[in-house]
Design a protein around this ligand. Structure first.
Ligand code: PGA
Length: 231
């Protein structure tokens, strides 16, 4: 990935009914069609827009990728085990048929589901083996020291205090973390990114993209975020 190719990830978290999910995708399709500057720039400059949705909607997102190759399907979580007798889990092997990316170790998973480094490492390794790019979320450098990463993973720096709070982290803080990372495929920032602040992050060559939560819940708002990022 070159310095100028950006990855924007919409993270819906555990939101939307089937009907709402379909309405979002229909509207986003409408916005991308025709004279869309976002679509033109993604095609020309190789940017990626990944949409991270609850598992039941992954196939809906995939239907959009045929029309727009720069759109990628992203899962929000994966099993720490391979295929087998693990009721309720979705294996990396099963994900690999549908998604290109998978979030791993998001702060909400660490907080609400007690995920720790050993489980996160297992998920990363299983995804890499299936050629799905893990987007490993870290809250601090401490989180990264506990993991073995390589150039097949993306890292998303998401400090707890910035997530969903409206208090986005200063660009200087995000860049300082980048300097201390091992060689990874891409480095993203997440935490209260919106159309007002995204350009400040995109300007930095060390920041390859962003994870957008709240501002991705509305298709028009997310399209506007993408416009502000890429134009
Ligand atoms: P936010 O969420 O944009 O609502 O802060 C980002 C995230 O948790 O990925």
């Amino acid at each position: 990935m070159s310095d100028t190719q950006k990855t924007l990830i919409a993270n819906w978290k555990s939101n939307k009914t089937l009907q709402e999910a379909q309405a979002w995708l229909d509207r986003f399709d409408q916005l991308l069609a025709g004279e869309s500057s976002v679509a033109a720039l993604c095609k020309k400059d190789g940017h990626t827009i990944a949409i991270a949705v609850p598992d039941p909607y992954l196939l809906l997102v995939r239907s959009l990728t045929n029309k727009y190759p720069f759109i990628k399907v992203c899962a929000q979580n994966v099993s720490m085990f391979g295929m087998g007798s693990y009721t309720g889990e979705v294996s990396a092997r099963a994900m690999a048929d549908i998604v290109s990316y998978c979030l791993v170790g998001h702060s909400e998973r660490r907080h609400w589901f007690g995920e720790e480094s050993a489980q996160i490492q297992s998920k990363i390794d299983l995804l890499v083996a299936e050629h799905v790019t893990p987007v490993v979320c870290i809250r601090s450098l401490e989180d990264i020291r506990m993991l073995t990463l390589n150039d097949e993973v993306m890292v998303a720096y998401e400090p707890d205090e910035a997530i969903g709070s409206g208090l986005h982290a200063p660009v200087s803080q995000v860049v300082a973390i980048a300097r201390q990372l091992p060689g990874v495929k891409a480095y993203l920032y997440g935490g209260s990114v919106d159309s007002q602040n995204i350009a400040d992050y995109m300007r930095e060559s060390t920041i390859s993209g962003v994870l957008v939560g709240r501002s991705s819940l509305d298709a028009d708002a997310f399209y506007h975020v993408a416009e502000s990022a890429l134009i």
